[in-house]
Design a protein around this ligand. Structure first.
Ligand SMILES: Nc1ncnc2c1ncn2[C@@H]1O[C@H](COP(=O)(O)OP(=O)(O)OP(=O)(O)O)[C@@H](O)[C@H]1O
Length: 802
């Protein structure tokens, strides 16, 4: 029981103050320290509360259970006088005091006893927890602080405050907080003891695919059903498989109007523990953070991670199961994988290396399955390829390879012009054989080490698609080319030249060497069992070492579209879905009535006959059909016109490319001629100097010195001029070092041509009206200025020598 409202308030205030003092100090600070620092604060608040509450009693009145029966003075026995008086006898003036009677009591005990109990309790607690050594009592304090009595009297008199209460409460609070900590560590120890001896656990690294599959399972089967309160949401880019799968699920479930505009939000488990029951086993999944929560300075409590940050998707997982066997966890993993496979049934998983995480396959794209029928190329080649892969994937084939010591690998090269279906074929094969497709764009690989790591992470059965392998060893080829400029193949297509230019600027596969690439393909450390599909637009440029059997076992040419393929593509584009009634074909979005299948076949045949055989790429043809996708009649009516225009455009581009190639060839020729001329000039000059030197040999040493010095100077400046005009790609730049006038005129001519070409590219009627004033020496462009200064240098040198 508490004696009164004011006392209760005071008690609360006092407790709060002491708690505050404890919070501001280290948890295990010793009692005197807390006392010294906390006393002024305590006194201030206490006197404030005192004056506010106008109370004289400071000692708190705790109601504490007292061990054993307690007694207090009972009601007095009636005195003799009272007894007599009640009986009508004489009344005595002074009654003898009667002995006190003690009765069992349940009410509160006296403040002194209360205080003693508190001190005893605090001492016990401090002895257990080690705070305050062997316990502190008031007598101890009196002994340690000689001024204690004085202080006590002082405070009692002037502040009407019992200093003992501070000691007692301080000891109590100190003991209480330490006991709490002790209990906390005891609980955590007990928890980990139980975890260690009564549970089994398996941890999964953050970048492992299983990690995502488990999360995905939990997201779909536990969190969705349970109304979980702590989740992680994502509506941005697809971080990993788990997000991808969840998005897949939510996408199919959503039917709102914003479906196309907004990426659905995905919900997954957050950090911390998630409990669930699977196959009558209790599971806990812990998604560990990487130490995002920071301990708070004031309360020394760690902010739970789920309130401090969101998972990035690469946090490790620990799956814990109640029991002493890991078998249930293994079964659970199987269930997660089956679930993931089921979700992926209608999709093929394409994995690419993630930006910033170059050594791991992380970005996952789920593409709808692509049927092999939708990739049109030579039917026999297609059948052969399918049979080949089927045979390779047969488990007996592996055995056959192993028994005979043949590395179990298979490599295919798909080559041909761009847009002929090389990537599409790889996707269709992955769909057909239920394999994941690992896609790597070779020009963006930064080096052998990265390629090695990526290959090392491949699963045993998959298709790896290496795109544009002609970029491999580009550096070597470039060096060769610069050594011998005759090799500068002016007829190579522009895209290849662009690739080379990129190489020069330091992009892409600069550090990816041919030997590194070959090593990854069939070195000792290379993975076995996977199918390597490589694509190239320039198979003839590939190194012989790369295309030898064992590395590339089969080369498949994907060329321009044949008439038969055109027919099939037409049918694919305009025939209805498989759900339609047999015998009819529907146009996808037109209002036209469905076209009977026979008519459609006839139209397809007609269409294909109007398309020239093997002229256009399948991508071009697909573009044409998409243009008229609402009506097969329109497609048929316009195909001739489309073919004519497309051929004209192709011829124009070809012509342009030819012109550009011829120009480049001429430029190289000119550059060579100039270099030869220059060399000849230097040779003649050297001969003159030598003659002059020989003639001057008889003269004095100083005169000789004077002659040699200008020669060496001239030589070095001439060399500097040559070096300056040499460009980083190893070609001599077309500077007008000799024959200035002709050179400048040539350049003007080229500039004119380029402008005209650009104008014709843009289909603009631009006419070059201004003649560039280049024939006089006062050139205007910075380039020309540099030419002039180069000329000045060599001219100055010659003058000096003369
Ligand atoms: N043989 C084909 N059959 C059906 N469609 C094709 C074929 N070739 C290309 N396409 C279509 O053209 C587009 C481009 O195809 P894809 O990317 O596979 O060509 P690619 O040869 O890999 O091109 P690149 O060499 O530029 O990478 C795709 O939309 C694809 O559907």
């Amino acid at each position: 029981t508490l004696p009164g409202g004011s006392e209760f308030c005071k008690l609360i205030l006092q407790s709060c103050t002491i708690f505050l003092i404890y919070s501001l100090h280290p948890p295990r600070s010793c009692f005197p320290e807390t006392f010294v620092f906390g006393l002024p604060t305590f006194l201030l608040i206490n006197s404030l509360s005192f004056s506010l509450l106008e109370s004289a009693v400071i000692v708190p009145h705790f109601s504490m259970p007292f061990p054993g029966p307690q007694f207090r003075k009972g009601p007095r026995r009636p005195s003799v006088h009272q007894r007599r008086h009640s009986k009508g006898t004489t009344v005595k003036r002074f009654a003898a005091p009667s002995p006190p009677v003690f009765e069992p009591c349940t009410s509160s005990i006296s403040p002194v006893m209360e205080m003693n109990n508190l001190v005893a309790l605090a001492n016990t607690a401090s002895m257990i927890t080690g705070v305050g050594g062997n316990g502190i009592n008031i007598e101890d304090i009196k002994r340690r602080f000689p001024a204690y009595d004085f202080m006590e009297r002082f405070f009692r008199r002037w502040f009407r405050f019992d200093i003992k209460s501070v000691f007692v409460i301080s000891i109590f609070m100190s003991a209480a907080s330490s006991s709490l900590r002790y209990a906390q560590s005891l609980t955590s120890w007990a928890y980990w003891w139980v975890v260690r001896y009564f549970t089994a656990s398996i941890s999964i690294p953050g970048n492992d695919r299983l990690n995502r599959e488990v999360l995905n399972w939990v997201g779909a089967n536990v969190l969705a059903k349970r109304n979980a309160r702590i989740l992680t949401a994502n509506s941005e880019k697809i971080e990993n498989d788990a997000w991808a799968y969840r998005q897949l699920m939510t996408t199919t479930q959503r039917d709102d109007l914003h479906h196309e505009k907004r990426i659905p939000i995905s919900y997954l488990p957050s950090f911390g523990l998630t409990f669930f029951i699977h196959n009558r086993n209790v599971f806990m999944i812990r998604r560990a953070s990487r130490g995002v929560g920071r301990p708070s300075a004031l309360w020394s409590v760690q902010t739970p991670d789920e309130y401090a940050a969101a998972p990035q998707g690469n946090e490790p997982l620990v799956v814990i199961c109640l029991g002493r066997s890991v078998d249930p966890i293994k079964e659970f993993f199987d269930a997660c994988r089956n679930f993931a496979d089921k979700q992926r049934e209608a999709y093929v998983t394409v994995r690419t290396s993630r930006r910033g995480y170059e050594d791991a396959w992380d970005a996952t794209i789920l593409r709808p399955l692509r049927s092999l029928d939708t990739v049109h190329f030579d039917e026999d080649a297609k059948a052969d390829l399918v049979a080949d892969i089927k045979k390779y994937l047969d488990p007996q084939t592996r055995q056959f390879y192993n028994q005979r010591g043949i590395p179990y690998r298979r490599g295919f090269l798909l080559h041909g012009p761009p847009g002929t279906g090389k990537t599409s074929l790889s996707l269709a094969l992955a769909s057909m054989f239920g394999l994941d497709l690992y896609l790597l764009h070779i020009p963006s690989v930064r080096g052998d080490a990265m390629l090695e790591k990526l290959f090392g992470c491949l699963p045993p059965r998959c298709i790896i698609l290496l795109e544009d392998i002609d970029a491999v060893g580009m550096e070597r080829r470039d060096l060769d080319a610069s050594d011998d400029e005759d090799d500068g193949d002016s007829s190579e297509p522009e895209s290849y030249q662009e690739l080379r230019r990129m190489q020069m600027r330091g992009y892409g596969a600069g550090a990816l060497t041919l030997s590194g690439f070959l090593n990854v393909l069939d070195g000792v450390a290379s993975q076995e069992g996977r199918i390597v599909m490589m694509t190239s637009n320039f198979a003839d440029k590939l190194d012989k070492a790369l295309i030898r059997p064992g590395r590339i076992d089969r080369m498949i040419y994907m060329g321009p579209i044949s008439q038969r393929s055109c027919e099939l593509m037409f049918l694919r584009m305009f025939s209805g879905s498989r759900d339609n009634k047999e015998g009819t074909a529907a146009t996808p979005s037109s209002t036209e009535p469905p076209i009977p299948e026979e008519n459609m076949n006839t139209m397809a045949l007609e269409f294909s006959k109007l398309v020239p055989n093997e002229v256009f790429t399948p991508a071009q043809m697909q573009g044409c059909l998409l243009q008229y996708r609402d009506s097969p009649y329109e497609a048929l009516a316009n195909i001739e016109e489309w073919c004519r225009k497309e051929q004209e455009e192709m011829a124009r581009k070809k012509e342009q490319e030819k012109r550009r190639a011829a120009r480049k060839k001429a430029r190289i020729e000119r550059s060579k001629a100039r270099r030869r001329q220059q060399e000849e000039m230097y040779r003649q000059q050297d001969a003159i100097y030598d003659r002059q030197l020989t003639a001057a040999q008889g003269k004095s040493t100083s005169a000789k010195q004077d002659r040699i010095s200008p020669k060496s100077k001239a030589k070095s400046s001439a060399k500097a001029a040559t070096a300056h005009s040499k460009q980083p790609n190893g070609e001599m730049r077309d500077k007008k070092v000799v024959g200035t006038k002709e050179g400048i005129e040539e350049e003007a001519e080229e500039t004119k041509e380029e402008i005209e070409e650009k104008a014709s590219n843009q289909n603009e009627d631009l006419t070059v009206v201004a003649d560039i004033p280049l024939t006089n020496g006062n050139s205007t462009t910075p380039d020309e200025m540099r030419v002039v200064s180069d000329l000045d240098a060599s001219a100055g040198a010659t003058e000096l020598l003369d």
